[in-house]
Design a protein around this ligand. Structure first.
Ligand code: SF4
Ligand code: SF4
Length: 239
């Protein structure tokens, strides 16, 4: 199972654009539910024009939703891909259509859809982060907020590197503490993530400051103070 599709309970869909829409949790669920129902009622994989027709109808229907970043496309082929309506994913993925090029009916096309890996997915540590996200997230919206958030994950990793603490300790000794940070991230105001966000400046040489800047948004003194103790021999939040 990949960072995108970790298990049967939830998955990530940030790079398909839905979570760039400035709507709330229930509206995400409503859109996904509606897309999935309309898709299954109107699309027949053996009648190829039904796929672009579905796309046109849904693009029109969703065109008025406000976006965080207007330049990012919101692909209506992202929907629920399991019977329990828990996992989100590409409804025209070749796995379902049997056609390796079926995503060419989308805006990006099969080449981009299948080749794109976000920065978190590219990491050597992606599998370790996936396991942590799975322990913290309760549903696909929460999981997406973690899996696609490369800025937070990169700043945490760089912070540990700057303290010369091996990354494997982040996932063992410091596991409980890092999970508490991820819970805060899930509960913080929605950031409407796409995975295309850019780190606007280099954090090299200012790793601790960069992480503290991010964590200040959580308004949680204890977390800030515990991070400041990370380079001490005995760290209170680490076990
Ligand atoms: S944002 Fe990353 S983890 Fe999420 S679906 Fe896209 S590639 Fe996968
Ligand atoms: S067609 Fe591409 S952009 Fe659209 S849901 Fe599928 S993978 Fe995502």
């Amino acid at each position: 199972m990949s960072l995108c599709q970790p298990n049967e309970k939830f998955s990530c869909g940030a790079c398909c654009g839905l979570f760039n829409l400035k709507i709330d949790f229930n509206e995400y669920k409503n859109i996904l539910q509606e897309r999935t129902e309309v898709f299954h009622k109107t699309v027949d994989f053996s009648i190829r024009w039904t796929m672009p027709e579905y796309r046109k109808i849904r693009e029109n229907k969703e065109s008025n939703y406000p976006k965080k970043d207007d330049t990012i496309y919101n692909c209506p082929f992202l929907g629920y891909i399991d019977e329990n309506r828990n996992r989100i994913g590409c409804m025209i993925h070749p796995f379902f259509t049997g056609d390796p090029k079926s995503q060419n009916f989308s805006f990006y096309g099969a080449g981009i859809c299948q080749a794109y890996d976000c920065k978190n997915k590219e990491k050597d540590s992606a599998n370790e982060w996936k396991k942590l996200f799975e322990e913290v997230a309760q549903n696909s919206v929460e999981y997406t907020r973690l899996a696609s958030n490369h800025i937070l994950i990169n700043r945490i990793e760089k912070f540990f590197e700057s303290k010369q603490i091996p990354l494997n300790l982040l996932f063992s000794t410091y596991r409980k503490f890092i999970k508490s940070v991820l819970v805060l991230e899930i509960n913080s105001p929605n950031k409407y993530l796409t995975s295309f966000e850019l780190e606007m400046e280099s954090i090299f040489g200012r790793e601790e400051e960069a992480l503290m800047e991010y964590l200040e948004n959580f308004d949680d003194e204890e977390i800030l103070n515990n991070f400041k103790k990370v380079d001490q021999e005995k760290f209170p939040g680490s076990t």
